[in-house]
Write a protein of this length. Structure first.
Length: 385
């Protein structure tokens, strides 16, 4: 395969991605591996550059939710072998800096040449690393980053959610301090919110509410065992208050992000944060895994353009709420979530709605971006025959 081109999903500009031939990813450092991608997912986060709501260089290859088979390893790789089936966490981390040593691979101090903590594949501000919506992907620090999976192709659509959405949903419930018997309100029934609901089940929550205004996604929340709250029917805070005898919930998860909007589509960047502060009981905890940006020129308010989100912090303080935020450190959770899948204790593939080849990626981006009915989670299979 040396010196060949591979097919990849290339970012051209807002609302434009193309499947093109790019230089094949190769071993550049002794600790690199090259993965032949079996499945790469499109993520809600990919829509931020797609919609031009965060700057991204034209020519970059997209894709941070990757899995596949190890094709080649550098001479310094000795844990992972050619032929291994692996999941690639969306965070790319060195494994030896202070934050990596603390388990915060989401804030690796060495992987991002810009100096900013945290690196990743095919994503704005996460370094120069190409993504895996392509036939091949180069993975630096392969021994540290790659998660081994059982050989074969069983659980492919479950395992593919280990690179991001499942651990991120789980991280939301970790930050929200979900423990047995607690009640939980999750805002957002996209892949992250739905898998946060699944994670709340795993952690023994007694009742989980999932709020959205997309009926197809709310139906999936019900299938996962949550109570669906349709924000198009009224104020979700009131609905959850009524359902909890006015008490509210112990834990809240933000799985929407800075493009939070009402059922008519009008954006209100602080809406979900305000809702969570209102619905979580005094001294409860909120996990914010939905993304908020330091700058968003396309924001609907002047303050949000500068990354200042004016939410009800006074009430949050008065209620003594805890707030956790940030990117998920995937490696903290992925091996345990893998084993839940293998032991049939969790089936995250319930959220997968579409599986397509690489050539269909531009159409899939456009339809997923419109949140077309039934477009919940799209998997790309770049090497499918
Ligand atoms: N922290 C991390 O490590 C991490 C990782 C992956 C994704 N994310 C972020 O998590 C968020 C969710 O990702 P996703 O893939 O599920 O995205 P998604 O866009 O598919 O889902 C978001 C859902 O929120 C709903 N929504 C919008 N406004 C709402 C409101 N006011 N109340 C309730 N629901 C509302 C939308 O209808 C949609 O179904 C995004 O911001 C994404 O960037 C964060
Ligand atoms: Zn993602
Ligand atoms: Zn590091």
């Amino acid at each position: 395969m040396k010196g060949m081109f591979v097919k990849a999903v290339v970012f051209k500009g807002p609302f434009e991605v193309a499947v093109e031939q790019v230089d094949d990813p190769r071993i550049e450092q002794p600790t690199d591996a090259v993965i032949r991608i079996t499945t790469a997912n499109i993520c809600g986060s990919d829509l931020h550059p797609y919609e031009g709501r965060v700057d991204f260089d034209a020519g970059m290859v997209l894709g941070h939710e990757n899995m596949g088979i190890v094709e080649e390893i550098g001479p310094g790789v000795d844990r992972i072998h050619v032929g291994d089936r692996v999941s690639v966490p969306f965070n790319l981390a060195c494994g030896s800096c202070r934050n990596c040593n603390d388990g915060w691979t989401s804030a690796c101090l060495r992987a991002n040449p810009s100096g900013q903590p945290g690196a990743g594949f095919g994503y704005p501000m996460m370094g120069p690393y190409w993504g895996g919506q392509a036939e091949l992907l180069r993975v630096p620090w392969a021994d540290f980053n790659l998660l081994e999976l059982p050989a074969g192709n069983q659980w492919e659509n479950d395992f593919t959610l280990l690179s991001d959405a499942f651990p991120t949903g789980y991280h939301g419930t970790e930050l929200a301090k979900v423990t047995p018997g607690k009640t939980v309100a999750i805002f957002g029934a996209g892949p992250v919110g739905l898998l946060a609901a699944m994670s709340a089940n795993v952690r023994g929550a007694s009742q989980t509410f999932v709020v959205d205004h997309q009926l197809d996604r709310l139906a999936l929340a019900e299938r996962i065992g949550a109570t669906a709250i349709n924000a198009a029917d009224g104020d979700p805070v009131e609905m959850i208050m009524d359902a909890t005898d006015g008490f509210g919930v112990d834990c809240g998860v933000e799985a929407v992000g800075y493009q939070a909007h009402d059922a008519t589509g009008q954006e209100h960047p602080a809406l979900v944060l305000d809702n969570l502060v209102a619905v979580v009981r005094a001294t409860g905890s909120i996990g914010v895994v939905g993304v908020y940006e330091p700058e968003d020129p396309g924001a609907s308010t002047d303050s949000a353009k500068e990354g200042r989100y004016a939410f009800d912090f006074g009430t949050a303080f008065t209620k003594g709420l805890s707030l956790g935020t940030g990117q998920c450190p995937v490696k903290k959770y992925n091996r345990y979530l893998r084993d839940l899948i293998i032991r049939e204790q969790a089936k995250p593939s319930i959220i997968v709605s579409h599986e397509v080849g690489l050539e269909q990626a531009p159409e899939a981006y456009a339809r997923f971006d419109k949140r077309e009915n039934g477009y919940t989670k799209v998997l790309l299979h770049p090497n499918a025959a």
